[in-house]
Design a protein around this ligand. Structure first.
Ligand SMILES: C[S@@+](CC[C@H](N)C(=O)[O-])C[C@H]1O[C@@H](n2cnc3c(N)ncnc32)[C@H](O)[C@@H]1O
Length: 429
C-alpha cells in the first residue's frame, strides 16, 4: 500500500533549495529565502494552538523558514537543520516541530503495520535507545488512536527483534525518539517529533497555581496584541506570572526555550552539536541587557505573588519583572503608555463569588484607572464578560486548555464607555 517515504531527514545533502515563503493573501508579504548550497532541506510541520497560526507563520519567517503554508493549528514549512534547531529554540508560539518521514494510503490496520516495517528504524534509533509513539486519528475506518499507536510500536519492536534479537525500550516522558502518527481518512503519515515533548514546557521547573495559562498561548496573546515593545507592559491579575515571563523573554530577546535542556533532536543520530552550539551562541549574542520600559504584574493573592516571583527567578528573569500584591480595585491610575494583557478568573474556582460583579468591577477599573491604555482580556466566561460594559475593538477566538475563549481588545480612550453598561460586547465587533 505504501508509497516511498516522502523525505529522509537523516540523509546527507539533498542540494535542494526551497524558495518562496508563506501563503498569504497579501502579496507584498512574500519574500524569498535561499539556503546555502551544503544544506539539506526538509519539509517540516510546526504545531500550534487554534488561533495562533498567523503569528506562528510570522515567527517562522523570522527564523528563515521557506515555503510556509498556514494550516489548521499548524504551519508546514521547509528548512534545513539550522531552521529545525532554531524553530525548537526560538519559536514562542509552536507546540512541536515535526519532521514527516512517511506518507501512504492505508485501508486496513495490517497496512499500517506493513508500512511501518518498510522503514529501516535502525537509521533513527539504537537498540539500547528509547522511543514513544503518539497518534492522532481522524478517520471513520480507524477510530482508536491508542490502538494505532500500539500497532506502530509493535511493528517497530518486531523489526528490531527480527534483526537483532533485542529491542529498544519505551519511554513516554523524554524518549530518544518520539514518533508521531497522523491518520486523516485513508492517509497515514509518520513524523519524527524533533521537540520530544511539548514546547510549552519552557524548561524551568515552574510553580503552578490554579488555572495557569499555557505558556504558548501566553506568548501568542502578546504576539496577537501586536506589542512593539515600545511601552510598559502590565498584567493586573498575573497568577503564576506566565504572561509576564513571556513578555520579558520577548522584551530581552531571550529565546522562549532558552532554559530547556531536553529536545528530541538532541538525541537523534544526526545531531550536529557544533551547529547547535553555534545557534545558541548566536542567540546569546542577540539577547538584550536592558529594556527601556517596565514589565509589571499584580495579584490579590500572596501565593500568586510569591509563585510569580519564584517563576521569574527560575526563568532567569530576576529583576526584569516587578511583581506586587495589589487588588485590581486598588490599582493606581496609570500615567505611562501601557499595554495590559490579562487572564482574569473565569468562574468561582479562584475565589470570586459573583463573576458578573467581578467583571463589572474590571470594566470600571479599566475605565477609571487605565485611561489611554490598550487592554486585552482573555476569558472563557462570555456571559460575565458582557458586564465589563466597554466597547471591544477586536474579538478573537482562542482555546485555553480545552475551553473556548475570546480574546477581547479594549481601547480605553474617552467615550469608550457604553451608554448601557450591561450591553453585550458582541454588538460592537
Ligand atoms: C486565571 S488566574 C491567572 C493565571 C495566570 N495567567 C497564570 O498563568 O498563572 C487569575 C488570577 O486573578 C487573581 N485575582 C482574582 N481576583 C483579583 C483581584 N480582585 N485583584 C487582583 N487579582 C485578582 C487570582 O488570584 C488569580 O491568580
Amino acid at each position: 500500500m505504501g508509497k516511498a517515504p516522502i523525505i529522509n531527514p537523516f540523509q546527507k545533502e539533498s542540494g535542494y533549495r526551497p524558495k518562496k515563503v508563506r501563503k498569504t493573501n497579501d502579496s507584498s508579504k512574500k519574500s524569498e529565502y535561499h539556503y546555502p548550497k551544503f544544506c539539506e532541506a526538509m519539509r517540516l510541520i510546526a504545531k500550534t494552538l487554534q488561533g495562533l497560526e498567523e503569528v506562528l507563520a510570522e515567527e517562522l519567517e523570522g527564523i528563515g523558514a521557506g515555503n510556509i503554508q498556514i494550516q489548521s493549528r499548524s504551519c508546514s514549512f521547509e528548512g534545513d537543520k539550522r531552521v529545525l534547531y532554531r524553530a525548537n529554540l526560538e519559536l514562542r508560539t509552536a507546540l512541536r516541530i515535526l519532521v514527516p518521514i512517511w506518507s501512504s494510503e492505508v485501508h486496513l490496520e495490517k497496512h499500517i503495520y506493513e508500512d511501518v516495517q518498510k522503514i529501516d528504524w535502525s537509521k533513527y534509533l539504537d537498540i539500547d535507545g528509547t522511543f514513544a509513539v503518539d497518534a492522532t486519528v481522524h478517520s471513520d475506518r480507524f477510530s482508536h488512536s491508542h490502538y494505532i499507536a500500539l500497532l506502530t510500536k509493535d511493528a517497530i519492536v518486531d523489526q528490531f527483534r527480527e534483526r537483532y534479537n533485542t529491542r529498544p525500550d519505551i519511554d513516554t516522558a523524554q524518549p530518544d525518539l518520539r514518533i508521531h502518527v497522523y491518520i486523516s481518512n485513508d492517509i497515514f503519515e509518520l513524523s519524527l517529533d524533533s521537540s520530544g515533548e511539548s514546547l510549552h514546557k519552557r524548561g524551568y521547573s515552574k510553580g503552578i497555581l490554579v488555572a495557569p495559562i499555557n505558556d504558548v498561548l501566553a506568548a501568542g496573546l502578546i504576539k496577537l496584541s501586536g506589542w512593539k515593545m515600545d511601552c510598559d507592559f502590565m498584567d493586573p491579575m498575573c497568577g503564576s506570572g506566565t504572561i509576564l515571563i513571556e513578555a520579558a523573554m520577548m522584551a530581552y530577546n531571550i529565546p522562549s526555550l532558552w532554559n530547556r535542556t531536553y529536545f528530541g533532536f538532541l538525541r537523534w543520530k544526526n545531531f550536529d552539536e557544533n551547529l547547535w552550539t553555534e545557534i545558541r551562541e548566536e542567540a546569546y549574542r542577540k539577547m538584550k541587557t536592558s529594556f527601556a520600559f517596565s514589565i509589571r504584574g499584580y495579584d490579590i493573592a500572596y501565593e500568586a505573588v510569591h509563585t510569580a516571583e519564584t517563576n521569574c527567578k527560575l526563568a532567569g528573569l530576576k529583576g526584569y519583572v516587578k511583581i506586587e500584591r495589589c487588588a485590581l480595585e486598588r490599582q493606581a491610575e496609570l500615567t505611562q503608555k501601557t499595554l495590559i494583557i490579562t487572564n482574569p478568573p473565569y468562574d468561582e474556582r479562584i475565589g470570586i463569588e459573583d463573576t458578573d460583579r467581578f467583571y463589572a468591577l474590571l470594566g470600571d477599573t479599566m475605565k477609571k484607572k487605565f485611561k489611554g491604555v490598550e487592554a486585552w482580556i482573555i476569558t472563557a466566561n462570555m456571559a460575565a464578560a458582557k458586564h465589563i460594559g466597554l466597547r471591544t475593538s477586536k474579538k478573537l477566538n482562542l482555546n485555553n486548555g480545552g475551553l473556548e475563549c475570546k480574546f477581547l481588545k479594549f481601547e480605553l480612550y474617552e467615550g469608550s464607555r457604553k451608554t448601557k453598561s450591561t450591553d453585550s460586547y458582541n454588538k460592537d465587533s
